[in-house]
Design a protein around this ligand. Structure first.
Ligand code: UD1
Ligand code: UDP
Length: 371
């Protein structure tokens, strides 16, 4: 065995990827067998930077690619060309990407073209519908197809990959989001005073950003929230708006300046975790929030027709409600009125990991390189 270090490049660019990859950067950096390179595409700029700061991760390469209201074509080609330059210069032994974003799909493709080994963190998620979520379902299928190591959060994710006849390199590790969540809750103190929550009211937390929900579906969600607040004088809604203009331009005209509805800027991860803990119910189309909230015992209603995360549905902490106004209103109302139903959802188990996913991934990489 030589003393040569294994060079690992972690590539990410959006808020959720950063939350789920920063704990892994930190973990791998502690191991003297590895030379760790952090490459950020900055597919998201502000929402990425706030996570980097929280975890004190300083990228070796910042490609700074985000453009206002960017499109899939230009972002994709920028990622492909800019990562090529870094991969050719640095020649990593392994490239790690996360999940299903444009950053993940195109950085993995770029590494594949450069004949570099690929590890996929959060591998194996599927809805089995190429249009939902769009374009993420195809990104994750692409990344799994060209990966050498696949780190799956659950048994279901492992079996999804094995069903496509890939049997080598598939490992169950749990989701690194639970590592991130536990780290933040244990080590950092949040202050929510700036939101001015009324302690006498129940808080409903809302997030949304999915492309398939732009337009009519997101309008329906907003009208459902408006109706719920009008009907229930004992609730307040906090809605941190994603920076995507397609979200803001729809939500603001319907929900701005309404009593007991707070439209706020995206929260840094630390206060967001604290706000999830303070909430009675979460309405979301986010992937990460579906994984985190069951760990905190907060019922989640998913504003989508399908989910690639069916485990929490089976365990009972999450329900799919879609984007129909009446269904959203009646499901939230049931949770507000029916204590038994609420208790059932809030006592459900978290199926997404034990907070040690990064350690399992580290061990698998060491074994892969015979270290
Ligand atoms: C992306 C991912 C989606 C992921 C989501 C997480 C793809 C195809 N989609 O979607 O899978 O769930 O991120 O949030 O990769 N913006 C800013 N500042 C920021 C972030 C975004 O101004 O810090 C605005 C910009 O105008 C940007 C736009 O939001 O162009 C859209 O960003 P983009 O990454 O293309 O799409 P998302 O909807 O964020
Ligand atoms: N999040 C955050 N601030 C917010 C909203 C969400 O820090 O205002 C976190 C959330 O805890 C989760 C992640 O961002 O870890 C989810 O990101 P997003 O919903 O944008 O993407 P997805 O998970 O759907 O890909």
């Amino acid at each position: 065995m030589t003393n040569k270090k294994i060079k690992i490049a972690l590539v990410f660019g959006t808020r959720p990827e950063a939350i789920k990859m920063c704990p892994l950067v930190k973990k791998l950096e502690q191991n003297p067998c590895f030379d760790v390179l952090t490459i950020v595409t900055a597919q998201h700029r502000q929402m990425l930077d706030s996570v980097l700061e929280l975890f004190d991760v300083k990228p070796d390469y910042d490609l700074n690619l985000m453009k206002p209201n960017q499109n899939l074509w230009s972002l994709s080609s920028d990622i492909l060309l800019e990562t090529k330059k870094v991969f050719e210069k640095e020649k990593p032994d392994l490239v790690l990407v996360h999940g299903d974003t444009t950053t993940a799909g195109l950085s993995a493709l770029s590494a594949f073209y450069a004949r570099i080994k690929i590890g996929h963190v959060e591998a194996g998620l599927r809805t089995f519908d190429k249009d939902y979520p769009f374009p993420e379902e195809m990104n994750r299928i692409l990344v799994d197809s060209i990966s050498d190591l696949m780190f799956c959060p659950t048994d279901k994710a492992c079996s999804n990959i094995k069903e496509s006849r890939i049997n080598k390199g598939v490992y169950k590790t749990g989701n690194t989001v639970i590592d991130a969540l536990f780290y933040v809750i244990k080590n950092k103190k949040a202050n929510l005073d700036f939101i001015n929550l009324n302690p006498d009211l129940k808080t409903i937390l809302v997030t949304s950003h999915r492309r398939e929900n732009f337009g009519e579906p997101l309008r329906n969600i907003c009208f459902a929230i408006k109706e719920l607040v009008e009907k229930n004088k004992n609730i307040q809604v906090v809605y941190p708006l994603h920076m995507n203009p397609n979200v803001r331009n729809t939500v603001k005209p319907i929900l701005d300046n309404i009593d007991r509805i707070k439209l706020i800027e995206p929260l840094d991860y630390l206060p967001f975790c604290a706000l999830m803990k303070e909430s009675s119910i979460i309405l979301t189309d986010s992937g990460g929030v579906q994984e985190e909230a069951p760990s905190l015992g907060i019922p989640v209603l998913v504003l989508r027709q399908e989910t690639e995360r069916p485990e929490a549905l089976e365990f009972g902490g999450v329900k799919l409600v879609g984007t129909n106004k009446e269904t959203i209103v009646s499901t939230v109302q049931e949770l507000l009125d029916n204590k038994n139903e609420y208790e059932k959802m809030s006592k459900a188990i978290n199926p997404y990991g034990d907070g040690y996913a990064c350690s399992y991934i580290e061990k698998i990489i060491l074994e892969y390189f015979n270290l």
